[in-house]
Design a protein. Structure first.
Length: 330
């Protein structure tokens, strides 16, 4: 399992060149514009229409799901005047989580967990741009990873409809970080099941395979959560007019959650190693029990084999062979 694929562009390629993978989903653009009184949501087919999506005094969220079309992504970058290097980081997945400050926006790369099956966890990249009155997000593929934020806006829960774009960015980052809790809760339950399975008599090599798979996923998550935690630290400590002081308090809470997640990942990684040791110890104990039975059987049959070996040699001068009591005595 490769934990990180470093970008390897061909020689003499200009920095910022987009590397779009054809297997990725085609871009799907959704806009959400809202204030305290009104809310509008729309699907946009032509990225040039994004210029008309902005309304004075309202917050605009442009969510792009899928990175499979270079021309559409370039057009979106032109609308928001994004630096070519930042757009290249968006398309060249996976990237190391980070936080960069530019003149007109803040650029943040995060990774969200997606559990494909029990013990198989993938991390999908979400890129976020925070401007004065807008938030632009790029998701690696189609999905409902940020749907809780949309539901929050619809239901007008909390101050999100009264606050600015910085509070929307916080809500998105908080949703990404909190998604680790749901995945790790299932990992904890799965490790408990594997521990019971390792102690059971019916456990076999498949238990070791399952444990190693979940341990590899946890190592991958640990490699991601560390730079992601530092990106949030940078976002919290850097003073900017794009992030208000009231939102900084919320961002500190997200940063603390990332610390807790880092500790949970490390604890579960150690627990996965302990389950491995438990399985090997149980296997060793079962082997010892089998060897004990074999030893007892061998102890019974060794003297019998010895006697049979002596009287199976058929020497001519063996007096016991010609006496009446020879056979029952032996």
């Amino acid at each position: 399992m490769r934990l990180f694929r470093s970008p390897q562009p061909p020689a003499a390629v200009q920095p910022g060149t987009l590397k779009v993978k054809p297997q990725l989903d085609p871009p799907r653009i959704r806009t959400l514009t809202y204030d305290q009184r009104e809310f509008q949501e729309a699907e946009i087919g032509d990225p040039r229409q994004l210029k008309d999506a902005f309304k004075p005094g309202r917050v605009t969220w442009i969510d792009v799901q899928g990175l499979g079309n270079r021309d559409v992504l370039k057009e979106i970058a032109n609308v928001f005047s994004l630096h070519p290097l930042t757009l290249a980081d968006v398309t060249d997945v996976p990237q190391r989580p980070k936080c960069e400050w530019h003149d007109d926006y803040v650029f943040v790369i995060m990774r969200a967990p997606a559990q494909r099956s029990r013990g198989n966890i993938e991390l999908e990249q979400i890129s976020l741009f925070l401007g004065k009155d807008f938030v632009l997000t790029f998701q690696e593929s189609h999905g409902a990873r940020l749907q809780p934020v949309v539901d929050l806006i619809h239901a007008q829960l909390g101050p999100i409809r009264r606050a600015g774009a910085d509070h929307l960015a916080y809500s998105i980052l908080n949703t990404i970080v909190d998604s680790y809790y749901r995945v790790l809760d299932d990992v904890g339950d799965y490790l408990d099941e594997l521990e019971d399975e390792a102690m059971a008599d019916y456990s076999g090599p498949i238990t070791l395979v399952k444990t190693n798979r979940i341990r590899s996923s946890l190592v991958h998550m640990r490699r991601v959560i560390t730079p992601q935690r530092e990106a949030l630290r940078t976002l919290v400590r850097r003073e900017s007019e794009l992030v208000g002081p009231d939102v900084e308090v919320y961002l500190r809470d997200v940063f603390e959650h990332s610390l807790q997640i880092s500790e949970l990942i490390e604890s579960y990684r150690e627990l996965a190693g302990a389950v491995n040791n438990t399985y090997l110890s149980a296997l060793s104990n079962r082997t010892n029990e089998v060897m004990k039975v074999l030893t007892i059987m061998a102890s019974v049959f060794i003297p019998l084999t010895f006697i049979a070996g002596i009287y199976g040699m058929n020497f001519e001068h063996m007096p016991e062979l010609k006496t009446e009591w020879g056979y029952p005595a032996v």
